[in-house]
Design a protein around this ligand. Structure first.
Ligand code: CA
Length: 235
């Protein structure tokens, strides 16, 4: 019916899903409803979604775990959580993991659609900044070959370095904590330590420096984490 931005809705309660789907489609979005984490992963593999709305309490896998898996495969996909538990812990956990927003149940579908718009605007701004032709598209990621080029030169990266850099490159300006980077780049995040992230960033920087000695595209945010320098920003 609508050819607007595709939004993935992962919600196991049909009554809630119905009202959200209705609100999204009357507002010009193209919602796709699935009721489980498994169905969400299958849907995401076949369609490019502009955004995903994920219920934390799903029948098969936890919404947070689904989010981790989606983030790994699609680091640029913005996510809004739906949570039945309005406890502060859920909110903090959700947002610290890098979700873009959350809505506590019960919520008004209109409010949710407004949040969707806000998050999409933010994501689009980031994408526009990253895609500005004035700035050299220094980084090129090739998902199929699992390689990243920097100024046209393919970087010789370890698996973890590749994942780390991919996360940073896909959202310039977004600051990732060391925990977030571990969640996204390590197979077993529990086995890694903060300084492991630092060590990998250090080797990454050395590899980038070997290609462009004057650039230092990875920014350290003291006490917070790392980001990729936004194009056009002064060093
Ligand atoms: Ca649920």
């Amino acid at each position: 019916m609508s050819a607007g931005p595709a939004v993935l809705l992962v919600e196991d309660e049909p009554a809630i899903a119905d009202t959200v789907v209705y609100a999204l489609s009357t507002d010009g979005f193209a919602p796709r409803w699935v009721a489980s984490g498994e169905a969400a992963l299958a849907a995401a593999a076949g369609t490019h979604f502009a955004l995903a709305i994920i219920d934390i309490g799903l029948p098969d896998i936890n919404g947070l775990e689904l989010f981790r898996q989606l983030q790994r495969a699609y680091p640029a996909l913005p996510v809004i959580f739906l949570t039945a538990r309005s406890g502060e812990i859920d909110r903090v956990v959700g947002l610290e993991m890098g979700a873009d927003d959350y809505v506590a149940k019960p919520f008004s579908p209109r409010e949710l659609v407004a949040r969707v718009r806000t998050v999409l605007r933010r994501a689009q701004r980031a994408a526009v900044v990253a895609g500005q032709p004035a700035a050299p598209a220094a980084f090129e990621t090739d998902d199929e070959r699992k390689l990243i080029r920097f100024h046209g030169t393919a970087l010789d990266l370890s698996r973890i370095e590749y994942r780390l850099l991919k996360v940073l490159v896909e959202r310039p300006g977004r600051v990732y904590s060391r925990d977030e980077l571990m969640e996204r780049a390590w197979d077993d995040p529990g086995a890694a330590f903060d300084r492991t992230v630092d060590a990998h960033v250090k080797t990454l920087r050395a590899k980038l420096r070997a290609i462009a000695p004057d650039e230092d595209p990875i920014v350290t945010h003291r006490g917070m984490g790392y980001s990729l320098r936004e194009e056009g920003r002064e060093k």
